[in-house]
Design a protein around this ligand. Structure first.
Ligand SMILES: [Zn+2]
Length: 328
């Protein structure tokens, strides 16, 4: 499935950092991040909360706009090598300049410059979605939303929330989402990964998002599954991430197949691929093995993703045209 053209909507930029890249940065800066890796040099953690800690330790090596320029190039090169033609990446002003609007502009400029470079050399299109971090609390989220609102435009096109889903309630963050919406940003929220179906209802009702990051636990509530299908809410599903973190014990137990069969608009992404020892190619291979999905199904999923992408219509038409050329 490596060359199959893919659209990815849920990728955390720092979470996609190749381990060798992070090790290289740590070496250059004389930083000790030995607890981050296992004996094979892969990211290592015990559970989701430990994962957040390891993630923050790895991310601590990314300190300048130039670091993010290099990171973006490394990540997009890897995505393009797995057939990704369009990617939406979650960006964190919390990590990029400590939520200071001026510093954030510099980081964003560097990321965007690298994205332009990658588009020229690899043909991959990237758009940015700012995410606030839920366990940092609503006050910091407001500062993050301000960074997003001040830089909203044709490239920085969305706003969302990530982090520990069990911290606080979606409505605590409504102010930030209102600010982002008024700035013209499209909205998504992580929900229904660690929280149950109600967390998805809350994100939809209290934050007014049009997409849900993960959202897979709606599978526990047949009425909600039906409602999502009817309302055409798009789920950014990351099966490999869910299995790696133990949300589901194995691929067979993952509800993406059932959700697709029930008419829910599902899409496929990798979340934080090297942390979960996955790639877009691996995701497609596993889905094809587990659910017997053929190229036609993957083409449908990619068309759903392209139509749900937070980009302008010209870019969307371009992506859809490239998907259309896929043989099936
Ligand atoms: Zn995520």
């Amino acid at each position: 499935m490596r060359d199959f053209p893919k659209v990815e909507l849920h990728l955390h930029l720092e979470g996609a950092a190749p381990p060798a890249f992070i090790r290289g940065l740590a070496r250059e800066k004389n930083m000790d991040i030995s607890g981050v890796f296992d004996e094979h040099g892969n990211y290592a953690f015990k559970d989701f909360w430990h994962f957040l800690k390891v993630y923050e330790a790895a991310t601590s090596t990314l300190q300048t706009a130039e670091d993010y320029h290099r990171l973006t190039l490394a990540v997009l090169e890897e995505s393009a090598a797995h057939g990704v033609i369009y990617t939406e990446s979650f960006l964190s002003p919390d990590f990029c300049g400590g939520r200071d609007v001026g510093a954030w502009r510099e980081y964003l400029h560097a990321i965007r410059d690298a994205a332009d470079q990658a588009e020229k050399s690899h043909g991959i299109i990237m758009r940015g979605v700012v995410t606030c971090i839920r366990h940092f609390g609503p006050e910091k989220a407001k500062e993050t939303a301000l960074c997003a609102a001040e830089t909203a435009g044709d490239w920085l096109t969305g706003f969302g929330i990530a982090g520990d889903e069990t911290a606080g309630k979606p409505k605590d963050f409504a102010y930030s989402f209102d600010m982002a919406r008024e700035a013209g940003l499209r909205l998504t929220a992580h929900a229904g990964e660690w929280g149950g179906p109600q967390s998805v209802r809350d994100a939809l009702n209290d934050l007014g998002v049009e997409r849900i990051g993960h959202g897979v636990r709606v599978a526990e509530d047949p009425a909600l599954v039906e409602e999502l299908a009817e309302k055409e809410v798009v789920l950014e599903v990351c099966p490999g991430s869910n299995v790696a973190l133990g949300v589901y014990p194995n691929w067979r137990a993952h509800p993406i197949g059932m959700l697709f069969d029930k008419g829910v608009k599902v899409t496929v992404s990798t979340d934080d691929p090297p942390f979960f020892h996955t790639t877009m190619t691996d995701e497609y291979d596993r889905l094809s093995d587990t659910f017997d999905w053929d190229d036609g199904v993957f083409k449908t999923l990619n068309t759903i993703a392209a139509n749900a992408a937070f980009c302008d219509e010209k870019t969307r038409a371009n992506v859809l045209e490239r998907l259309e050329k896929t043989d099936d």
